[in-house]
Design a protein around this ligand. Sequence first.
Ligand code: BMA
Length: 852
Amino acid sequence: MKRFLVFTSALFIVLSSCHTKEITTIQLNSGWQFRQAGKDEWLTATVPGCVHTDLLALNKIPDPFYRQNEKAVMWVEKADWEYKTTFEVNGNELKNDHILLRFDGLDTYADVYVNDSLVMKADNMFIGWEVPVKNLLKKGNNELRVYFHSAVAVGMEKLRKVPYALMAANELAPENERTNVYTRKAPFHYGWDWGPRLVTCGVWRAVKLEMWNTAKLDDIYLKPQKVTTEEARYSVVATIIADKSANVNLTATIDGKEAASRKKVELKEGENKIPLDIAIQKPELWWTNGLGGHKLYAVEITLSTGETKLGSIKHRLGVRTLELVQQPDSAGSTFYFKLNGVPVFMKGSNYIPSDIFLTRNTKTNFERVVKDATDAGMNMLRVWGGGVYEDDALYDLMDENGILAWNDFMFACNVQPVDSLHLDNIRKEAEYNVKRLRNHPSIALWCGNNENLSAWFGWNWIGRYPKKFSDTLWWGYQQIYHHILPEAVSKYHPEVSYWPSSPQTKDNKLSDRLSGDEHDWAVWFANAPFSNYGVKVPRFVSEYGMQSFPEMKTIRAFANDSDMEYRSPVMEHRQRSNLGWIGPGVNGNEMILIYIKKYYKEPKDFASYVYLSQVMQAESFRSAIEAHRRNMPYCMGSLYWQINDCWPTMSWSSVDYFGRWKASHYFVTKAFYPLLVVPYANGSTVSVSVVNDHLTDDSGKLELTVYDFSGKELWKEISDLTVKANSSQVYARIPLSKLRSLGKENEIILQASLACGQVIVTNYYYLKDCKDLALQKPVIEKTITKHSSQEAEIRLHSNTLVKNLALTTAAEGRFSDNYFDVIPGRDYFIIFNGDVDSLEKDLRVQCVNESY
Ligand code: BMA
């Protein structure tokens, strides 16, 4: 096999990560073959990878993303799979005192053989596995073989030994055959309400041999001591493994300049923790997106003995303070993040892995998600607990772009086994991942689980078990979320807060909107109107959402012409949100229509259903974000469900699997803008709030204008105001009776515009739901001016009010704005970045006016 022998950073790590560890390494990622256990033929495999992508590459299975092919590949999860490769080791390499075989990730039940000797049995996909192999290696060719047991079969064996079924809400299997809880593997592989069931296996992260002598620099921890604007002091704690007592030197550099050193440090045999104190004078602080820069200092620690360098580790340091503030107040308790002494409203979304096959969730995908987040003005993503502890590469990008991570441990909507082996496994996993990720300034919070507390008491899972079992399971809950996980955080990352369950109150009870966080799902799961978002607003909304279909281009990637109906078997198969309690057989596709009909009318065809689903979803996100932001500082966070998809599908996402923005992402971008003007119904008045996330006061002009649908101005009022820093305040109140006196309610629109310096933000208020507006068939002029092959300006003009004008084209590209309302008589200029020749051929517009 082809080898990379390096005494520099491992190649894979150099490419994928901004922090590196130098150690003599042989990469073992090539020359792999695989076969179904019991079959003779070995086939070419890719490592890192998984069995499904290997089978796909060889056309041995159909694309599970297409139509209902998922069903045709179900057999794969039931089989065992074997992987093998050979690698060469030379005499010099064998002279190393220590040779470790290291897997950064094995999915999941994997027996590993080196030259036919069993060296380990892995049982947790979330941790790295390493084992000494020096004594098993020989000069020349060696064989590495991994036998993957079917995770479902192993899970079933475990399940059968327990006298009750453990609840797992989203697994796509009969209730008494749900096994994901028994296996420490990405829960969403077993099916979720936005994803397929594809329970794969494989070597999913890098594999290598690591060699060392005397002492190994294993890890560094950038532990803050005191951070002020004058000076930032950190203790860099180096973990060194020594095989005998030895004298070593340690040096720390910051941005290439020596910052500290310790000579002749005496190591004892075993693990040594050696602190090195570093300080940065007048540090440039790390801020979130929108509030300042995201300076990262490069810190490098080098271990040497005499003239010999034994290893080094680099990591980037973001200087900041961050605190989760939960202070009692008249309502309950606050719940907000204070960054560098400033309370910051968290604007963001929930993140799931961007591909069910994790090795296809590459750095390009991470870049796309983080760019979508930053473009939309977000400052937080919640890395949700049903996926995986993500690669460092995702957090590197979040560090670089000022996006904080609400970081769940991987537990979602389920009840965990309570046996000691399982609990030990969780302990290992927590310690491993907290240590792996703790140096990223983006990590804001560790959260124990997603909705396991809500499920236990709120969805009454406790009531499903006889008392003797429910007591045991509740004991298990407390062990995991009140002991094992918080202990890992307080031991390895004490400066970051731990939150046991999302959502919950400050005192570990079911969420009550008076303290803690909330998942506000009355819209969607309980068919509540969008106005509900403004009723009893929570302190921090870590989930809420609305589904839509992706655009037609994306639908065509998984469906053919005969499927183009929301009730077609292919669309029903893909829809995983079942809502039987709303009505018999109600599923998400039906629910989308229910919501469309609440605010719009019956769509005239499937394309209009798809378009209206997006407009409706966008409106729902807008209503929620505006309600949350105008209620700051009572409410201090708005994270909608969900920013991305793991396959092309209808779901709550604002960006689809291919990275195409839905209407909602354009809306979210406006609703998260630092300066926001919100006209909203408030009893018999329309109040106009202004929200300002900037940390300085701003003076501005608020212009309120009423137009009719032909564009005629009916009323105008202009006022000067000072917009307070980091605040939300009502600046105007207009009696509804006043608005009604100006024209027919279904034919007028209130425009609220705020001009602060160069920035003008605008928002609209209609007196009626969209379905009751007197919308006319518009005549829309569109002129394209080509700036280059990749950029064009589109001028739009209409003779009547247009609701949610959408620009679409076959070409891939991004419009500077989309799905916006058009006031007649004005020119709108939109920039398109993408294939302009194609745009010129087929630029199309869609609007609500023409969708019924
Ligand atoms: C939330 C999430 C997910 C789920 C989503 C939509 O509660 O935590 O479990 O996919 O709702 O139902």
